[in-house]
Design a protein around this ligand. Sequence first.
Ligand SMILES: Nc1nc2c(ncn2[C@@H]2O[C@H](COP(=O)(O)OP(=O)(O)OP(=O)(O)O)[C@@H](O)[C@H]2O)c(=O)[nH]1
Ligand SMILES: [Zn+2]
Length: 225
Amino acid sequence: MSESRTPQVLPTRKCTSLLEKFSEADVPTGRGVLRTVVFREKRNGREHVALVVGEVQGLEGVPVRVHSECLTSEVFGSLKCDCREQLDRALDFVTQNGCGVVLYLRQEGRGIGLGNKIKAYALQSEGLDTYEANRQLGFPDDLRSYDIAAEMLRLLGVRSVDLITNNPLKIAGLVEEGIPVRRRIPSRTEHNPHNVGYLRTKRERTGHLIELFAEDDDDTEAKVG
Ligand SMILES: Nc1nc2c(ncn2[C@@H]2O[C@H](COP(=O)(O)OP(=O)(O)OP(=O)(O)O)[C@@H](O)[C@H]2O)c(=O)[nH]1
Ligand SMILES: [Zn+2]
């Protein structure tokens, strides 16, 4: 009797490439030089940025922040969220560490875009929370995907990451896209009267590991901030 040859099911990932590496230069900043690498999405020309410190090619456990664009806080100083502070603290961490990557993804408003985020803010001023406002506009809670981030990391030669985040879905998203997450580095920011409700909602509704109050402190892990 001939040997049965049941095909083995192997883990797969998309073979198609979503991105091209478009340009690269050293940019001096107050924190030091950031190697600024721009990737372009082939399907729509959208540009995403990797800010690289040190030599990360072929390394395991590279400190990485996967950051989503937030024009309102990062450029205009909005106090409604903690995005700008998270970005600043991640840049502090990778520059002080001498090695790491901050990916700046053009996924404004958790992927719904700036105009829709401002529509969501208008609904929030009527009493809806951040997720209810998204739903009212016909969007899911979070429209982001991590395929672009994963491909950027692969193109940079990063083998596994220590992810700077409080968002468990971000960890799961990267792992699903084939990037091993060795551990989480918590990102701690200050809350204010304008963002405390938003942070609390993220903690309660989507399990964000946000330390809001002194009793949440756990000094056993490395932290950003
Ligand atoms: N739709 C919507 N997007 C928001 C709102 N507030 C902030 N954002 C967006 O949320 C995104 C924040 O993303 P991240 O900085 O990755 O934060 P996160 O998903 O909470 O995860 P970590 O910061 O990694 O813990 C940015 O794109 C902001 O523009 C809001 O009320 N509604
Ligand atoms: Zn924000």
